[in-house]
Design a protein around this ligand. Sequence first.
Ligand code: NAD
Ligand code: UDP
Length: 313
Amino acid sequence: MRKRILVTGGAGFIGSHLCEKLLANGHEVFCLDNYFTGQKDNLLHLINNPYFELIRHDVTMPFYIEADEIYNLACPASPVHYQHNGIKTIKTSVMGAINMLGLAKRVKAKVLQASTSEVYGNPTTHPHPESYWGNVNPVGSRACYDEGKRCAEALFVNYHKQNNVKIKILRIFNTYGPRMHPNDGRVVSNFIVQALQNKNITIYGDGSHTRSFCYVDDVVNGMVDFMNTDDSITGPVNIGSPSDFPIIELAKKIIEITNSKSEFTFLSLPEDDPATRNPDISLIKKTISWQPKTSLEEGLTNTINYFKKTLKL
Ligand code: NAD
Ligand code: UDP
């Protein structure tokens, strides 16, 4: 059956891959975006599809459409961008969630929240299961994003309990791939662009902080499968690669694949930068038999080829 699906933040990195996948699955897709960090270039190849519609709108304002499902991704995800206007980031997370939950309640749609590993803050467990409540600094520079996303989760759970809205909460860990913005400021895009230009690789701190990186196709497949689970399954559920490693190792790998002459520059570590990020994925494995399929080498190679082409390097 052809479903009518609203994707907020659909012009962004993950959102554009999700729109593509939902159209390929035979659905009608409404992509809502204010183009703060997203761009039409990510969607040019979809624009002539009669089942695809682009809507310029800010998710902090109410929006009405008949839809069967809503994927709520609208929110800047890079620390540089979400800290640029912290108040707006909080409004996007909180008012955006209220508006999308209100819409879901009105039209009886199922709604999936793109939550984040940031709800765990600087975790004291390793790996981090969904039952861990997190360790977030509520007044630090990452709080606008972390607390905004935590409040959005609370809103989702309460709309579900009070109003029977069908919800899905997915906690996404670091995701990378083609269509990351070259000036996005996140580590994978920064390192690849620097390596391709033989510029110094900017390591924040001593490079010992760890992250686990999951390729975008794997995350998008998991998002769609999770949306399609039974209504009794609400999450929160983690999604991401279970193998974490130090940032300096990522830099070395990217230098190796790009055959770059780049060297390292060590810069100060941003405030409250979590020391580690590693999802416990046993729940998503059990729920939808999900696990990442793309190796880091393969995913990085695809991403490097994308940047070579778009930046003409
Ligand atoms: P992105 O910045 O590329 O995409 C976000 C999109 O939302 C952009 O197109 C942007 O223009 C749009 N947007 C921002 N504010 C908006 C507003 N007020 N109204 C309408 N549109 C708005 O980021 P991404 O990496 O694609 O992340 C997508 C979602 O996934 C975000 O909600 C993010 O928090 C979540 N997430 C991403 C990651 C990751 O590693 N990429 C990890 C955890 C969670
Ligand atoms: N980082 C880095 N150099 C960069 C960008 C990021 O060393 O040019 C580090 C950053 O300090 C963090 C990790 O890489 O420890 C991941 O940062 P990113 O901004 O990609 O996402 P985060 O997981 O912090 O939200």
